[in-house]
Design a protein around this ligand. Structure first.
Ligand SMILES: Cc1cc2nc3c(=O)[nH]c(=O)nc-3n(C[C@H](O)[C@H](O)[C@H](O)COP(=O)(O)OP(=O)(O)OC[C@H]3O[C@@H](n4cnc5c(N)ncnc54)[C@H](O)[C@@H]3O)c2cc1C
Length: 350
């Protein structure tokens, strides 16, 4: 038997961030992941933004989670010896006078992320559609999510931590406050399956609300912008004249298949951002593990103390998962409190 502290099921952003958090604290882990099962983290844009654009207020816990995420990804970069993390500004282009007025009003409030509205585009003045001007959001950022997952996958494989297979629930045994799965025995098992948790017999009762999303990869000549450009949709550079444009939301057809409908919707958004030719060179889709109350699902099963979950990060895995992986670690090891807004004890067992 292989004795470990924790078994983690799923190596998307959630499982990877949790796994690295445990390893940094000297814990022994085993990760079980079937890579072909779901690809959300491998297609994610990887951005985080401290501002909710609809109401121009700070994103939930932004002041606490952003410094934590920044340190986490800087440290991960050093560990992986590769560039996966960038601090960025978000350029919010106003769609009309009203949006500009609202932005100006909000910049007068105590919000360190919003900067005064501007009119003159210095970068790409002829290519960007911004007749009402724009405002910059400070302290945003992005990770190269697919690369982050791949580099950790290589590391976990090398260290023989990773077992590539579909998790088989009938092989999970609980005995004496521990869990056994195939040839591994652990104190606890933590499920990080993304939206596939809908098929998890222990956690399918949680109110998930998965949302499919699509992105286009574009080649654009004579256009440079290091900022994440936002105007209903978004556009950002990934180098070599390539850009990512997104995204879409679909709650009924849940799969990883790019659609013509999704492509057209992104092109419509894009035409309101830039007025230069672009070539579509890629098109991807994934399903976000969103939740009905828009808060993650973290904690231990109310009836089975050896079985836990770290999931439900919706559109905000990059910003929230490092902070809450640390919180879950402290909860499991030292019984420190879990934030009640993320703790799954907020939902009674059916
Ligand atoms: C188009 C799009 C754009 C996005 N942009 C952003 C963004 O800019 N910023 C941001 O923070 N988030 C973004 N997201 C959301 C982000 O992708 C998710 O929040 C995050 O990737 C979820 O990670 P996860 O690990 O929970 O799930 P997943 O990425 O789905 O990973 C789950 C893993 O578990 C494995 N698995 C599941 N079930 C089993 C099983 N039974 N046995 C074995 N393995 C299993 C899967 O194969 C997968 O590897 C975006 C999502 C989409 C679709």
């Amino acid at each position: 038997m292989d004795e470990v502290d924790y078994i983690i099921v799923g190596q998307g952003l959630a499982g990877t961030i949790l796994g690295y958090t445990f390893l940094k604290r000297g814990k022994k882990i085993k990760i079980i992941d079937e890579p072909s099962f779901s690809s959300c983290s491998r297609v994610a844009a990887g951005n985080y933004n401290p501002i909710v654009f609809k109401r121009l207020v700070k994103s939930w816990k932004a002041d606490e989670v952003i410094p934590f995420a920044d340190n986490f990804f800087l440290e991960a970069e050093k560990f992986l010896r590769d560039k996966i993390f960038w601090k960025k500004e978000v350029m919010k282009i106003f769609a009309n006078e009203n949006e500009k007025w609202f932005w100006e009003k909000k910049t007068l409030e105590d919000n360190k992320y919003l900067t005064p509205a501007q009119n003159n585009l210095i970068e790409n003045p002829k290519s960007l559609v911004a007749p009402f001007g724009f405002g910059l959001v400070k302290d945003a950022g992005k990770i190269y999510s697919a690369r982050f997952i791949e580099l950790f996958r290589n590391y976990f494989s090398e260290k023989k931590i990773l077992q590539e297979e579909k998790f088989n629930f009938s092989k999970l045994k609980r005995s004496g406050g521990q869990v056994e799965y195939e040839n591994s025995i652990a104190k606890k098992i933590i499920f990080c399956e993304g939206w596939k948790a809908l098929g998890n017999p222990y956690f399918s009762y949680l109110p998930f609300k998965p949302a499919k999303g699509e992105l286009l990869i574009l080649a654009i000549e004579d256009f440079n912008c290091e900022k994440i450009i936002h105007k209903n949709g978004y556009l950002y550079s990934i180098g070599n004249k390539l850009f990512v444009a997104g995204s879409t939301y679909e709650w009924k057809e849940l799969d990883d298949i790019p659609t013509e409908k999704g492509k057209s919707a992104i092109i419509e958004k894009l035409k309101k951002i830039i007025q230069i030719p672009f070539k579509i060179v890629g098109h991807v889709a994934g399903v976000r593990p969103s939740t009905k109350d828009r808060r993650p699902f973290i904690g231990l099963h109310p009836a089975f103390n050896e079985i836990g979950i770290f999931n439900g990060f919706g559109t905000k895995a990059v910003m929230l998962a490092p902070y809450f992986a640390n919180q879950l670690y402290n909860y499991l090891e030292f019984n420190s409190p879990l934030d009640m807004e993320v703790n799954i004890c907020r939902f009674p067992l059916p």
